[in-house]
Design a protein around this ligand. Structure first.
Ligand SMILES: C[S@@+](CC[C@H](N)C(=O)[O-])C[C@H]1O[C@@H](n2cnc3c(N)ncnc32)[C@H](O)[C@@H]1O
Length: 160
């Protein structure tokens, strides 16, 4: 019988995942396979979700590549599996917040939707978020969209 490593992601990687994601791979299963490797592996996860396998494989010194059909999964995976300068990211987050507050003041409710949202999307969003919350979210989203560095932008989008 296979005995799975029961360590949590935090115990294994020394950090928590950057964002919740449904149906995440149990880290013990990936670790079990990786632990048996006698030399560095090249690992492909063709349905990487939020990137558990990719993150664990890289942490253990293997080369790992992942793809996913879901853009949110790709965004979270990129943020989770990249080296980040935490202080630089915090500093950019403060700048973004200042910019978002300015945008919020000039944003009217009828414009407080994601850029290019179709009528069905607008209806869905208006059902779940009142006008004030939509203005806050749209202002944050616009401010984050102005961040040039892709990794920093991804991290801030995960936070949003
Ligand atoms: C259970 S999650 C994968 C968990 C992941 N392997 C991990 O390490 O945490 C399943 C993923 O498969 C992705 N998926 C489903 N159909 C796909 C397809 N045709 N091509 C690429 N990804 C797909 C979904 O978007 C979802 O993120």
């Amino acid at each position: 019988m296979l005995k799975f490593n029961k360590k949590t992601i935090y115990e294994t990687l020394g950090r928590e995942p950057v964002h919740p994601f449904p149906a995440r791979m149990a880290p013990g299963i990936a670790l079990q396979v990786i632990a048996e490797a006698k030399k560095p592996l090249r690992i492909l996860d063709p349905m990487m979700g939020s990137g558990t396998v990719v993150a664990l494989a890289r942490a253990k010194g293997h080369r790992a590549v992942g793809v996913d059909i879901d853009p949110l999964a790709v965004l979270i995976s990129k943020a989770w599996t990249s080296a980040v300068d935490a202080e630089a990211a915090r500093s950019k987050a403060r700048e973004v917040l200042t910019r978002a507050r300015r945008i919020f003041c000039s944003l009217v409710q009828r414009d407080a939707y994601p850029h290019g949202a179709d009528p069905e999307t607008r209806q869905f969003i208006a059902y779940w978020f009142d006008g004030y919350a939509r203005r806050q979210l749209a202002a944050l989203s616009l401010a984050i969209g102005g961040v040039r560095n892709e990794l920093t932008r991804n991290i801030l989008l995960c936070a949003l």
